[in-house]
Design a protein around this ligand. Sequence first.
Ligand SMILES: [Zn+2]
Length: 207
Amino acid sequence: MPAIRSQILEVVRDAYPETFDGLGSSKPLGESVFSGRTPHPNEVLNLFVQQKITSALPMAYYMATRRGLNSLMDGHLPRSATLPPEILRSAMAGLMRLREVELNETHDLIFEPNRSRPCSTSNCPSRTPTGQAALVAYHKVFDRIVCSSQLGTKVLQVPEFYEDRDGELQCVGPGICSGCVERWESGHAELRKKAWLTLPNVFGLKG
Ligand SMILES: [Zn+2]
């Protein structure tokens, strides 16, 4: 039995990493790692709490909350995936906190930095950061990053700043240059790390 337990824990550790570096974008994370029927993330969270797999709890909470309140509180789920009140409370509080950080910091990232140091690339709307073209572009980028997570959160996910237009990769914000996108990418990487470090705290797992 100890051997089986340690094998299972290894699989769990890989899919529910304990460190930020474990969050590789190319490997399967969360409930998709289980073979057979993919369990609901609430079910995994319940199981980890019951089994006291504490090292995996920050990520398990995140996986359950990123789908939003409707998923957390879904009344049609089987008993095993229904969250008891105290877990639901922690999950909702954490989700609200993560959403707040995601919205505020992404907003600052996209809208703020260029004001003091305008882009010098010709034709990039960020040459005039408060101009109409720049604001339209910034709104598009901001919406792309946070809007589809409206009721949940994607704060740990690498955002897509580019889209395919007629076979050519272009920034979601019309005309924005690659230098500006690179600044946003590295800024968002910092935001992901910062958000990751807050997980134990926002979900009340400290102490
Ligand atoms: Zn630029």
